[in-house]
Ligand binder design. Structure first.
Ligand code: F6R
Length: 263
């Protein structure tokens, strides 16, 4: 595939799931940014759900570029991030608040007061989670949620297990996630052992979802999410039931798909 190409894929079944495969990470990021910019243009007082991690970095750069060109306006947008480590201070350069300020909020015309990230310092995690859910509901719900996907199929910090958890909650991180995230810390010992995360209900209630994934390490999780049975052992598999979810992948992340073919 040409590096700036993006192709639509389908499994031939009627569902709310759309899949695009891009010839490069840049093309993937541009495609995702175009979807977001179009949605925000239709509703300036947009409620945007955001993710951290390396997958959406290109998308955030593209959004900053579109914003600089006056092609998307964040001045009336309110954002809610999926998750935050616990405990962690917002000034810590590994916190998700720090990540968002650095990689997106400082580069676009969003009002920082309208950006929300769960507090990694709260003394009352349960109260913090309840208040977050209530605030999102009072805002009218999330219009579009950006997601990445973990190598183990997690979305947010909803880890594989026997249940889907509905609302925002505290999570003990799995060894595999601590290990995967340790690349960003000096060592695995420094990775916080817990996090606060939106639940599967928060994600599924978003009116639209855009999931970005790139690289061969995501291939198996993407396959299980799109083609596997719907099970909490692959939390992202529940997205098959969402009425408006778009997976934007590169060829590596799409490489294990067998039911989805180019259309
Ligand atoms: C981050 C988040 C996580 C990541 C996932 C993939 O807010 O919710 O679920 O999306 O761990 O991370 P990357 O993109 O770093 O591979």
């Amino acid at each position: 595939m040409n590096s700036n190409e993006v192709k639509a894929y389908s499994n031939g079944k009627k569902s709310g799931v759309k899949v695009f495969v891009a010839g490069s990470y840049e093309a993937l990021s541009k495609k995702a940014a175009t979807i977001l910019a179009g949605a925000i243009a239709n509703k300036p007082e947009f409620i945007l759900g955001l993710a951290t991690g390396t997958s959406p970095l290109g998308l955030y750069d593209e959004l900053a570029e579109l914003n600089a060109q006056g092609r998307v306006d964040f001045s009336k947008v309110t954002s809610y991030n999926l998750d935050e480590y616990y405990p962690i201070a917002p000034e810590n350069d590994q916190s998700y608040r720090y990540f968002m300020n650095k990689n997106l909020f400082s580069k676009i015309n969003i009002d920082i007061e309208k950006t929300h990230v769960l507090s990694g310092l709260t003394k009352d995690p349960e109260g913090e989670c309840k208040a977050y859910d209530a605030e999102i509901e009072a805002a009218g719900g999330i219009d579009l949620q950006v997601l990445g996907i973990g190598n183990n199929g997690h979305i947010g910090f909803n880890e594989p297990g026997k249940d889907f958890i509905w609302g925002t909650h505290m999570v003990e991180l799995t060894e595999s996630t601590i290990e995967a995230n340790s690349r960003l810390f000096n060592s695995a010992d420094e990775v916080p052992r817990a996090a606060l995360s939106m639940g599967i209900g928060n994600i599924m209630c978003a009116k639209q979802i855009v999931l970005v994934a790139n690289g061969p390490k995501k291939a198996q999780a993407v396959k299980e999410a799109l083609e596997g049975e719907i099970t909490p052992y692959c939390q992202a598999s529940i997205l098959q039931l969402h009425p408006n979810v778009t997976f934007v992948l590169d060829e590596d992340a799409a490489s294990a798909l067998t039911e989805y073919k180019e259309i």
